[in-house]
Design a protein around this ligand. Structure first.
Ligand code: FAD
Length: 622
């Protein structure tokens, strides 16, 4: 059975990888252990969030599926950090996780060039460092010159619930042993262990929501996908609330008195956990002085029969989980449907990969998703689409698509992984991106749509919409720059009516909108000609105007950085003399002795700030 591309694993990475490859015209096979779990959300029933929302919108701009499925399966939509700067706002949606899975599977099965096989891949077929295909548990051999592994948390997975340990990929699902061994022994990849965890799920009818704070969605919800019609979406989307509850000193007492049974502390778990998504036992231990922690009670489906308790991830024994949940106000009578657990699994050192996500050792073999040391559906999906695209491009004899750090969060994600590796589950943050103002969620389509279109993943009509959007924003931003106001009586009266201080000197519209207090409404009062644009275009024009100076500065910095990364580091350069670099960084540079600033940048743990300092020293040394 011959294919062009085989994708192993139908999680978020596998869904995007297989769709991208098939849509680029390549005969693709998605092999996954359980057909009904294609697109399953192992942990929280939500997509997006800070920086993760950026990834989903970038993926969408490239022609990916996650945003579209989220819009259809979503039950609540919010923009986080609304009151903060535009670069750090993030879209987040609660989803009906059952519906999400069904939609994902249906899309896969309805996509031309794409087949689905419910089997378990046991080993890779590799000849002379070139991948040829895979063998499954049913002894089928599937051949392809491109194989993408997206096996998530399943490689040699071990689940921990208190002292109980089970071999599994997710609770109730088999783990993958053969594939792990094959990656190690046949592909000679370097594998290590990581850990993640999840919370208990509660029967919603046993929760007293009346004593909890309600948290609704945005009044005007925004869809994730640029291809979803905003007006129709807003008119038709019915949203469900989540609820906020709190742990309390009693909860903490129950947890801390059972630390001795927590696999995280007893040495039972070896892999590193996600620092930014800690379990409740971790939080209680690290922040012992905190009297309470937030819990978000999130419906898992639109029927709201089962709830996810965000903030209460745990691997404590079942009876301790019951006790701690019953100590929370509103959950005294809660019935647990599924217990929380931790899972340890093998992952591939992402430094084994090129920026295309192809392994350096085995030609044609790609890895994407949690297997590369990341955590999160969005991080997985973003890598998935890039692996699918690059497998497709390679089949077409073309260069891989490598997104730059100043171009996309996806570029930051992959660059961080393949150059620096990770020793804890990697999740995306806005702080990881050096050029945040350029990488706003809303600009994802104008940044990346051209690639999606070139690859055939974005339709001509959609690309026309993107080009029009870009033109309108450019036009508006230029208008703000070109329009000047003189401080006359009439204009100052207009400003006064908006509670704005009067003008003293001639000023451009751009300078005015740069005022902290200027919003879209005020902008329209001084520039009524912008009224004709859609609301989201007006918002983008305002943002471009407000942050023009910073955006220009970042663009200049990118150009400057591009130039100076080529600069050679003199042979024998003494890194230990560079003050401003930590001892650790100095030692690292000394041992690697990079020949250029670019090579220095590629070393794990070397930040752009360190490169700036080094650049200055090299200039002085010359
Ligand atoms: P997965 O979604 O894990 O999908 C892997 C797929 O590969 C599965 O369908 C599996 O059946 C298939 N597969 C594996 N091996 C084979 C094989 N040999 N043959 C055929 N098919 C195979 N993320 C967060 O952001 N925050 C969290 O707090 C968090 N907690 C988590 C807790 C738990 C218990 C688990 C299991 C996951 C958690 N995650 C969390 C991670 C999140 O679920 C993953 O990041 C995301 O699902 C990874 O997507 P993926 O596509 O890489 O893999």
């Amino acid at each position: 059975m011959n294919y062009d591309v085989i994708v192993v694993g139908g999680g978020h990475a596998g869904v995007e990888a297989s769709l991208a490859a098939a849509r680029m015209g390549h005969k693709t096979l998605l092999i996954s252990m359980l057909a009904e779990n294609v697109g399953a959300t192992s942990c929280n029933p939500a997509v997006g969030g800070l920086a993760k929302g950026h990834l989903v919108r970038e993926l969408d701009a490239l022609g990916g599926q996650m945003g579209l499925i989220t819009d259809e399966a979503g039950i609540q939509f919010r923009i986080l950090n609304q009151t903060k700067g535009p670069a750090v706002r993030g879209s987040r949606a609660q989803i009906d996780m059952d519906k999400y899975r069904v939609i994902a599977r249906n899309v896969i099965l309805n996509t031309p060039n794409l087949s689905l096989a419910q089997e378990t891949v046991e080993s890779l077929i590799i000849e002379k460092d070139v991948v040829k295909g895979v063998k499954t548990d049913l002894l089928n051999e599937y051949m392809a010159s491109k194989v993408i592994i997206t096996s998530g948390t399943f490689l040699n997975g071990i689940i921990h619930v208190g002292e109980i340990q089970k071999k599994a990929g997710r609770y109730g699902e088999e783990r993958s042993e053969g594939l792990s061994a094959s990656l190690k022994n046949d592909a000679k990849l370097n594998l290590s262990r990581l850990k993640t965890g999840t919370c208990a799920r509660i029967d919603s009818s046993t929760i007293d929501f009346s004593v909890m704070e309600e948290q609704g969605g945005d009044e005007l919800p925004s869809p994730f996908s640029f291809r979803t019609n905003r007006e129709e979406f807003r008119a038709n989307k019915v949203q469900l609330p989540c609820y906020i509850a709190y742990t309390n000193p009693l909860t903490h007492e129950i947890i801390s008195s059972n630390f001795y049974r927590a696999p995280l502390f007893t040495g039972q778990i070896e892999g590193n956990s996600p620092r930014y998504c800690p379990s409740i036992e971790d939080k209680v231990s690290k922040f012992a002085d905190k009297e309470r922690h937030h819990l978000f009670i999130e419906p898992q489906t639109r029927d709201n029969t089962e709830c996810y308790i965000n903030g209460l991830s745990t691997s404590l024994p079942p009876e301790v989980q019951r006790e701690m949940i019953h100590s929370v106000v509103g959950m005294q009578n809660a019935k647990i449907v599924r217990y929380g657990y931790a899972i340890e699994y093998d992952f591939v050192d992402p430094r084994e990969l090129r920026h295309s996500l192809e392994t350096k050792k085995i030609s044609g073999l790609y890895c994407a998703g949690q297997i590369n040391g990341t955590t999160g559906y969005e991080e997985a999906a973003a890598q998935g689409i890039m692996a699918g695209i690059n497998a497709g491009l390679s089949l077409q004899g073309k260069e891989p698509l490598v997104l730059r750090r100043d171009e996309a969060y996806i570029g930051v994600l992959i660059d961080d992984l393949v150059t620096k590796g990770t020793n804890e589950p990697y999740r995306m943050f806005t702080s990881r991106a050096e050029y945040r103002l350029l990488l706003r969620e809303e600009s994802a389509d104008t940044r990346l749509g051209k690639y999606g279109h070139e690859l055939g993943l974005i339709s001509d009509a959609e690309y026309e919409r993107i080009k029009l959007k870009d033109e309108q924003i450019r036009y508006g931003a230029q208008l703000l720059e070109d329009t000047k106001f003189t401080p006359n009586k009439e204009f100052n009266a207009l400003l006064e009516s908006m509670d704005e201080p009067p003008l003293k000197d001639v000023s451009t519209a751009q300078q005015l909108v740069a005022r902290k207090t200027f919003d879209v409404q005020k902008m329209l009062k001084i520039m009524p000609e912008l009224e004709k644009f859609d609301d989201y275009i007006k918002e983008e024009i305002l943002v471009e105007g407000k942050y023009a100076r910073y955006i220009d500065k970042q663009s200049e910095e990118i150009q400057r950085m591009k130039k100076y990364l080529k600069i050679a580091i003199p042979e024998g350069f003494d890194f230990t003399k560079v003050s401003g670099l930590s001892k650790e960084v100095q030692e690292k540079l000394k041992s690697f002795a990079p020949p250029t600033l670019q090579a220095a940048m590629n070393i794990s743990g070397i930040t752009p700030a360190a490169i700036e300092i080094l650049h200055i020293y090299i200039k002085i040394a010359k």
